[in-house]
Design a protein around this ligand. Structure first.
Ligand SMILES: Cc1cc2nc3c(=O)[nH]c(=O)nc-3n(C[C@H](O)[C@H](O)[C@H](O)COP(=O)(O)OP(=O)(O)OC[C@H]3O[C@@H](n4cnc5c(N)ncnc54)[C@H](O)[C@@H]3O)c2cc1C
Length: 365
C-alpha cells in the first residue's frame, strides 16, 4: 500500500478534523489529515466564531460544551507557544434583545440558564438602559439581557492556527479526496484517494455534512444533514460596536475596528453553498430592525456555508459500531467551533488510551 503510510488517518480538515489531528500529534501519533478542498472553503472558516457554551445549547450538550469552552483557553496558550497565528480569542459582552412582553419572557428563560454558572453573569436592562450602551439601538426595543462570560474567535484564523499547530507537532496534511475505504472483517486497512492509497491502523471520519459516502463505505448511517447558513459583513457608520446584539436568529457581531458580521440564516437547501440575494436581504432587514444605521452600511462580503446538523443537536463522536479501528466526529451543528476542542481530545484519548474523560455520548446504531 505504498507510497503513503500512517498510523492514523483523519478524513476531513474542518475544525473537527484539525482539532483531532492536533490532539493526536500532541500525543505523538503523527496523523495524516486528508482534506479535499481549500481550508477556507467550508463552515469551519465561514462563521462568526462564537464560543457560547450555554445559550442555545440543548441541556444534554452543556457538560461537553463547558468542557470544550475551558479547553479553548488551554489550546490558545498552546498554539501561541507554537508560534501559530493570533486568532483573536476574546471575551464577548452580548445583549439579547426583546421587542415586546412575549420576547421578554424568552430573555428571562435565558437568564435562568446562566444562573449559578461560574464565570457567567447576566443583567436585566430596560429600553433606556440598553440604549445607553449603544444609542444606535432601535427605540422600539422593549428590554434586554446583558450576558457576560462568553468568548469569540476569528474563525478563519482559528482554523488556520489549529491546522498549523497540528503540522508543527508532527501531523501531515494532504490535499486529496477520499473516494473509497479499504477494509474487511470490521477493520479499516486504509483509504483510496484520487491520487493513491493510504494505509492506516485507525481512521477518523470528520467529513462534516458530506456523510453520504460513509453510509456506502462503512454501512453505518450517520443522520447528519446540511443546514445552510448565510452571513453578511458590513462597515457600520459611527463608532465601533462594543457589544454583540441578538434578536431571535439575527445578530450583529462586533469584529475589528469598524466592521461587523450580521448572521445568521438557517435553511435546508441541500449542498448549496452559494450566497443568495434572499439571504442577504433577510439579514440586512432584520439587522436594520435592531439598529437603523445598518441601512446606510457598506456591505463588504457575503458568505454561505453548511452546518453538519444531527437531529437532536448533539454531536456524534466516538467509535463507529461494528468497526474496531474506525471513529467518527460529526454533528457540530451550530456549536462546532466551540465543541471542536472537546471533540479533538475525546477522539485522541480514545485512540491513544482506549477511553476518555470528555463527556461524549456513546454512538449506537
Ligand atoms: C453560518 C454559520 C454560523 C455558525 N456559527 C457558529 C458559531 O458562532 N459558533 C460555533 O461554535 N459554531 C458555529 N457554526 C458551526 C460550525 O461552523 C460547524 O459546526 C463546524 O465548522 C463543523 O466543522 P466540521 O469540521 O465538522 O465540518 P466542516 O467544516 O464542514 O469540515 C468538513 C471537511 O471535510 C472535508 N471532506 C468531506 N468529505 C471528504 C472526502 N471524501 N475527502 C476529503 N475531505 C473531505 C470537507 O471538504 C470539509 O472541509 C456555524 C456554522 C454556520 C454555517
Amino acid at each position: 500500500m505504498n507510497p503513503h503510510s500512517s498510523s492514523v488517518l483523519v478524513i476531513g480538515g474542518g475544525v473537527f478534523g484539525c482539532a483531532i489531528a492536533y490532539e493526536l500529534a500532541k500525543r505523538g501519533l503523527q496523523p495524516t489529515l486528508i482534506e479535499q478542498d481549500d481550508f477556507s472553503a467550508h463552515a469551519s472558516s465561514k462563521n462568526p466564531g462564537n464560543l457560547n457554551p450555554i445559550h442555545g445549547a440543548p441541556p444534554a450538550l452543556i457538560p461537553l460544551a463547558l468542557k470544550s469552552f475551558a479547553l479553548h483557553r488551554t489550546l490558545a496558550a498552546e498554539l501561541a507557544a507554537l508560534g501559530c497565528v493570533d486568532y483573536d480569542l476574546q471575551p464577548v459582552r452580548r445583549l439579547l434583545l426583546a421587542f415586546d412582553d412575549a420576547e421578554q419572557m424568552h430573555l428571562q428563560e435565558a437568564a435562568r440558564s446562566f444562573a449559578g454558572r461560574d464565570g457567567f453573569a447576566t443583567a436585566d436592562l430596560d429600553s433606556t438602559g440598553a440604549r445607553k450602551l449603544d444609542a444606535r439601538l432601535s427605540e422600539h426595543i422593549h428590554s434586554a439581557l446583558l450576558v457576560e462570560g462568553n468568548m469569540s474567535v476569528n474563525s478563519r484564523l482559528f482554523h488556520q492556527a489549529l491546522a498549523d499547530g497540528a503540522v508543527k507537532l508532527g501531523a501531515t496534511i494532504v490535499r486529496d479526496r477520499v473516494t473509497e475505504v479499504l477494509g474487511e472483517h470490521g477493520r479499516v486497512k486504509g483509504v483510496r484517494t484520487t491520487s493513491g492509497t493510504f494505509a492506516c491502523d485507525a481512521a477518523v471520519f470528520a467529513t462534516g455534512p458530506w456523510v453520504g459516502k460513509i453510509r456506502e463505505w462503512l454501512g453505518f448511517d450517520l443522520p447528519i444533514t446540511p443546514i445552510k447558513g448565510e452571513m453578511v459583513r458590513i462597515r457600520l457608520p459611527g463608532q465601533a460596536l462594543q457589544f454583540d446584539f441578538t434578536h431571535g436568529m439575527t445578530s450583529l457581531y462586533r469584529r475589528g475596528k469598524d466592521e461587523c458580521w450580521i448572521g445568521v440564516t438557517k435553511e435546508d437547501a441541500g449542498f448549496d453553498e452559494q450566497p443568495s440575494t434572499t439571504g442577504r436581504n433577510r439579514l440586512l432587514n432584520a439587522a436594520a430592525r435592531i439598529m437603523t444605521a445598518v441601512d446606510g452600511a457598506e456591505v463588504l462580503e457575503q458568505i454561505a456555508s453548511l452546518r453538519p446538523m444531527s437531529p437532536d443537536g448533539m454531536p456524534m463522536v466516538g467509535p463507529i459500531p461494528g468497526w474496531e479501528n474506525c471513529y467518527v466526529a460529526n454533528g457540530g451543528g451550530i456549536k462546532g467551533m466551540l465543541l471542536c476542542t472537546g471533540v479533538g481530545v475525546a477522539i485522541a484519548e480514545t485512540i491513544s488510551s482506549g477511553s476518555t474523560e470528555i463527556p461524549i455520548q456513546k454512538i449506537t446504531h
